[in-house]
Ligand binder design. Structure first.
Ligand code: PMP
Length: 460
């Protein structure tokens, strides 16, 4: 690689002079300099100083088969030589796009058989928003165009993704959101359940907020409800079991479409190919990206139900939407190989039956009892640790979010990449992690918590 000709200092200077980073305070970054991640293998990433770090986030929730899988490189190389690019406009298509769409349809819940490709989760959520509005217009109900989402949801960073999402700091810089999107409460029992309210009751109350929003606008105005099955970037917030079936019942009652954003959960993370199965629901659209190629190339896929597809086919008329890279042959070839690997190695079943429960046990044993921890939770291979000052009262350290950053920095310094979001530590490891890898992560989590506690409770 060309960077070998540069020293670490030089690389950091070049980065600081020319590279604007996503979701970053550049004043802060320029002071500290970037950690250069230069190579990776299996479950580990390596920085320019040679530190080996266990990647507890699978990159950004995506490298599910782990790093260094030559099969993906080889398939990309072959496809690039044969056909590096062609589009799917003007009644053309590269074969890889159709073959990947077929594979996704085989793996997906049976009523989802059509796929629209993009390059990112954000793009696919743009597609989903445009598509559900187009659907209702074709059905003769153009005024049924409002979307219900949740506070603190993450649906991407384009204008539409940010508008669909419910992150306040992002909305603060939006200066003009896509209209007709409303946000209701999130199903986050740890902070929002009332004293004495059971998880089950709380889940029903959070779902009722969706019904209230439908009734407030009128069902003839609401196109769809969108949600992440488990809120990921918002802090791995796992809803009570009562939530999703009740949301689905409400959506059906008022003929509101159900859009599931599985950009994180799609392709195995919760122990099923799709979290729709984990939570027992049948959405009208499923947005996927990330793990579709294990992050090796950018690719997203919106799965579309037979109900919507039928209307598109029967009513006709152009859907004025699409991207240059929709169905990119190299990305699709890599996606197909990646799914074949996940299937062949039985990674989804392994998460469901073995590593998922083992991961939950590790969090209970290594973190749940720690004086800094208010709660641990997980589903499949995604988990969260709530950092608190006082376990009983659930009081947090101030300023908000500061304690989790301290835990994160100790984790990274001790060889585990974890992320802090607000006061929550989150983990989303590759699905190829074994029990041994989970044990190693557990040791490093326990160490990071101890070191952070010593620092946070140091007498001043
Ligand atoms: N939806 C969800 C649930 C996500 O977690 C993300 C990314 N973290 C996105 C959408 C956006 O995906 P991308 O960054 O590929 O645009």
């Amino acid at each position: 690689m060309t960077y070998h000709n540069y020293s670490l200092k030089q690389l950091q200077q070049i980065d600081a002079q020319h590279h604007l980073h996503p979701f970053t305070d550049h004043k802060d970054l320029r002071g500290a300099g970037s950690r250069m991640i230069v190579r990776a293998d299996g479950p580990f990433i390596y920085d320019a100083e040679g530190h080996q770090i266990l990647d507890g986030m699978a990159g950004l929730w995506c490298v599910n088969i782990g790093y260094g899988r030559n099969e993906l490189a080889e398939v990309a190389y072959e496809q690039m030589k044969e056909l590096p690019y062609y589009n799917s406009f003007f009644r053309c298509a590269p074969p890889a796009a159709g073959l990947l769409a077929q594979k996704i349809a085989q793996l997906a819940p049976k009523h989802l058989n059509q796929v629209f490709f993009g390059s990112s989760g954000s793009e696919s959520n743009d597609t989903a928003l445009r598509l559900v509005r187009h659907y209702w217009a074709l059905e003769g109900k153009p005024e049924k165009n409002r979307i219900i989402s949740r506070q603190n949801a993450y649906h991407g960073s384009t204008i539409a993704g940010t508008s669909l999402g419910g992150m306040e700091p992002m909305h603060g810089q939006l200066h003009g959101a896509v209209p007709n999107i409303v946000h209701v409460m999130m199903p986050y029992a740890y902070e929002l359940a009332l004293p004495g309210e059971s998880d089950h009751e709380f889940g029903l109350r959070a779902a009722k907020a969706v019904e209230d929003a439908i009734l407030e606008a009128g069902p003839d105005k609401i196109a769809a409800f969108i949600g992440e099955p488990v809120m990921g970037a918002g802090g791995v917030k796992i809803p009570p079991a009562s939530y999703w079936p009740e949301v689905q019942r409400i959506c059906r009652k008022y003929d509101v479409l159900l859009m599931l954003d599985e950009v994180i959960t799609g392709y195995g993370r919760t122990g099923n190919w799709f979290a729709a199965e984990t939570f027992g629901i049948e959405p009208d659209t499923i947005t996927t990206a990330k793990a579709l190629t294990s992050g090796y190339l950018p690719l997203s896929a919106l799965l579309v139900s037979d109900r919507i597809a039928k209307t598109l086919e029967e009513k006709g008329g152009e859907f004025h939407h699409g991207y240059t890279y929709s169905g990119h042959p190299v990305c699709c070839a890599v996606g197909l190989k990646n799914l074949e690997i996940i299937e062949k190695e039985g990674l989804v079943e392994r998460v469901r039956e073995d590593t998922g429960p083992y991961f939950a046990q590790m969090l209970r044993e290594r973190a749940a009892g720690h004086p800094l921890v208010g709660e641990v939770r997980s589903v499949g291979l995604m988990g969260a640790i709530e950092i608190v000052k006082d376990r009983e009262t659930r009081e947090r350290f101030l300023p908000s979010g500061s304690a989790a950053v301290i835990v994160r920095d100790h984790a990274i310094a001790n060889g585990l990449m974890m992320r802090a979001t607000g006061d929550t530590m989150i983990l989303s490891p590759p699905l190829m992690w074994t029990r041994e890898t989970i044990d190693l992560a557990g040791e490093r989590i326990a160490k990071a918590l101890d070191l952070a506690e010593a620092q946070l409770r140091k007498p001043s």
